[in-house]
Design a protein around this ligand. Structure first.
Ligand code: TXD
Length: 319
């Protein structure tokens, strides 16, 4: 079987980490694309020199030419600018919308059969715009945020309950932003829901509320510490798990920003919900019953995404 091809659009902090992970996991040959000359080539050369030590056969190239992504099986998009302290994700909208236009056109012309994972912020608006600009079917274009947000939530829960991270599953819905919706009813330790653990005296509602707040602000906490950019290790790891589910037809149930067509009362909007990712891309959208509070929070999140799309359309009337 021929090796798969992974194209990474954007060779910055996340793009470089994605390339390293994809090589270590032997997902396939890797193409690192960026508009800056030298950076993708330099990173590709550095990564190639990991191969003798790690023993992977993947071929890694850096490029500034979209023609090199031809035939890619998976494309992960991080192109654009990242947040600096004091900036919200939405502040990135104008610049990154233009970037999505060029990336979408590059994908359309060179790799229209790929499964595309968008990471660029503001995520829910950028993945929607990327789908529009690329013209790919909606089940082949998804946004990564939920895996990261629920991973952050899980990490904090494992710390709070003093248990192995392996036994924690957590659930985050909605847009990637301050309005994301961590759902505690579906967040568990070995199947025991968090509200039951509170009843058992293992934690308190106040502590869980503080964890939810920290999860919502999880990206900002790291931006404030780094000062020169935003998180990249966990975002890259999260996107790789989505790529693996597609490449190996794992049919994992993962939270992802997908185009809803009536589910959760939302139409033609990218919102974070649980989906099944397999060889067909997004194979199922899982619609779970929500408490009134979670539904109300999801509605707020959906409104925030809608406002971003209005802003996108004002900037680019072709959308
Ligand atoms: O959960 C999530 N979705 C996220 C999203 C979590 C963390 C960070 N998230 C967002 O990912 C972040 O707000 C940014 O919008 C992206 C990429 O973050 P990264 O940390 O990798 O940013 P860098 O290091 O600035 O890299 C961006 C690269 C950089 O090398 C630019 O030269 C390049 O993008 N760039 C482009 N590449 C291709 N094409 C165009 N037009 C282009 N413009 C800039």
């Amino acid at each position: 079987m021929a090796r798969k091809k992974i194209a990474l659009i954007g060779a910055g902090n996340i793009g470089g980490t994605l390339a390293h992970l994809a090589a270590l996991k032997s997902l396939g040959d890797i193409v690192l694309f960026d508009v800056v000359e030298g950076v993708p080539q330099g990173k590709a050369l550095d990564l190639t020199q990991c191969a003798p030590v790690e023993g992977f056969d993947a071929k890694i190239i850096g490029t500034n030419d979209y023609a090199d992504i031809a035939g890619a099986d998976v494309i992960i998009v991080t192109a654009g600018v990242a947040r600096k302290p004091g900036m919200s994700r939405d502040d990135l909208l104008g610049i990154n919308l233009k970037v999505m236009k060029s990336v979408g056109e590059g994908i359309k012309a060179n790799a229209p059969d790929a499964f595309v994972i968008c990471i660029t912020n503001p995520l829910d608006a950028m993945v929607w715009a990327l789908r529009e600009f690329s013209g790919l079917p909606a089940e082949k274009v998804v946004g990564m945020a939920g895996v990261l947000d629920s991973s952050r939530f899980s990490a904090f829960l494992a710390e709070e309950f003093q248990v192995s991270i392996k036994d924690v599953t957590s659930f985050v819905l909605g847009g990637h932003g301050d309005t994301m919706v961590p759902v505690i009813e579906y967040s568990t330790v070995s199947g025991i829901p968090v509200p039951d653990l509170i009843k058992m005296g293992r934690s308190t509602q106040e502590k869980i509320d503080a964890i939810i707040k920290r999860t919502r602000g999880g990206g900002g906490e790291i931006v404030a510490l780094l000062k020169t950019g935003s998180a990249f290790y966990a975002p890259a790891t999260s996107a790789i798990s989505m790529a693996e589910s597609y490449l190996y037809d794992q049919k994992r149930v993962l939270p992802a920003a997908v185009n809803l067509t009536g589910q959760y009362g939302v139409d033609n909007l990218y919102v974070g919900v649980p989906v099944v990712i397999g060889a067909g891309g997004v194979e199922q959208i899982v619609e779970i019953a929500l408490s009134d509070e979670a539904k109300a929070n999801l509605d707020v999140s959906v409104e925030a995404v809608k406002e971003l799309l209005v802003a996108c359309k004002a900037i680019d009337p072709s959308l």
